[in-house]
Each structure stands twice: as C-alpha cells, then as structure tokens.
Design a protein around this ligand. Structure first.
Ligand SMILES: Cc1cc2nc3c(=O)[nH]c(=O)nc-3n(C[C@H](O)[C@H](O)[C@H](O)COP(=O)(O)O)c2cc1C
Length: 167
C-alpha cells in the first residue's frame, strides 16, 4: 500500500509557526507518511493530499490572515478529508501546563471544516524578528522560544496513528 500524503501548511509572520510545521512533517515522515510542507498563502488546491494539518500564528487573538484565508479558500476540499489545526502563540509556559483551547475564530473554523482536532503550542518571539512590537517585547525581556519539540512530536504521532487506524 502506498504512503498516505499529508500536507502541513502554516501561516507564519516571523518563522516560529513554520518551525512547528517542519517538526510535524518530520515526525509524520518518520512514521511512514509522505509529507509536504507549504506556506499557507501558496496553497490553492489540496485535492492531492489524503490529510491536511494547517497551523497559524496567533496575533492579537486571531490566526494570522494567511492561515485564515487558506482555510477559507480551500474549505470545500478540506471538508472532504481529515484535517487538524494548530495554533502557535503563548510566549510563556502556559501551553505546557494545560491544554489551551482554540481562539474563537479558529474554533469556528474547526466546526466549518469538521476538523479532527486542534492544539495550541507555545510560540517564539526572538531577536531575529523584524516586527517592531516583537522587538520591543524582546528588549523588555518578554521574548523567548516556548516551542517544545517533544509536545509537537507527540501530537504529530497522534495524528499519524489516527490516520493509520482510519485506513
Ligand atoms: C504583536 C504580537 C501579538 C501577539 N499576540 C498573541 C496572541 O494574541 N496570543 C498568543 O498566544 N500569542 C500572541 N503572540 C505571540 C505569537 O503568536 C508567537 O510569537 C508566534 O509563535 C509567532 O509565530 P510566527 O513567528 O510564525 O509569526 C503575539 C506576538 C506579537 C509579536
């Protein structure tokens, strides 16, 4: 049987969410899936994939526009296949301590797409960012990288096992 093809798409402004998407992809690949990672703004057709994982960075309580528009643009095809959503956000350890539910817009999107699940991962704001607000956060000591590769891999394995079970 050929490997299932999984698209991991991300809406990122400063790269942290892209890094999470890459980690998810690497994990699924190690689990035997054929994966492709793409920025959300170039995704116009998901018909060639058996499943899709779509993530967005959170800014002021919303997914970045690239992720929102990707979900909207591909809604019909996304509804026809297994979909998982993730958000990258908190610049603290809160995502480690308890499961953070999706923000309202993402919860609505989950319903519309019939998404199988959602996870909020800690985000990152580092000195490399070009965003002036983010730079100000870093200079006030409020930045950091709160992405936890182990948590990301655990969630990706969970997606992999659900896809295998549904085969
Ligand atoms: C101006 C600004 C606003 C933010 N707003 C939120 C927010 O509302 N909720 C949240 O969890 N994280 C928030 N964050 C943290 C980002 O979501 C986090 O840094 C994310 O990982 C960035 O992803 P990216 O590098 O892919 O753009 C904010 C960061 C900045 C710089």
């Amino acid at each position: 049987m050929s490997a299932q093809r999984v698209l991991v798409a991300y809406g990122s402004k400063a790269g942290a969410t892209a890094g999470i998407a890459e980690e998810i992809s690497r994990t699924l690949q190690a689990d035997g899936f054929d994966t492709v990672v793409l920025p959300a703004d170039v995704v116009t057709d998901v018909s060639g994939y058996d499943a899709v994982v779509l993530g967005g960075a959170l800014y002021a309580g919303h997914w970045t526009g690239k992720a929102r528009r990707c979900a909207r643009r591909n809604a019909k095809q996304l509804r026809e296949r297994p979909v998982w959503l993730f958000s990258s956000g908190p610049i603290d350890s809160s995502a480690e301590q308890h499961e953070i539910p999706p923000v309202r817009g993402v919860a609505r999107r989950m319903e519309k797409l019939g998404a199988r699940g959602h996870m909020t991962f800690g985000g990152a704001v580092t000195a490399e960012t070009s965003d002036p607000v983010a730079r100000a956060m870093v200079s006030r000591g409020k930045g950091g990288d709160f992405r936890n590769p182990e948590r990301i891999r655990t969630w990706a394995h969970h997606i992999g096992s659900e896809l295998e079970a549904a085969r």
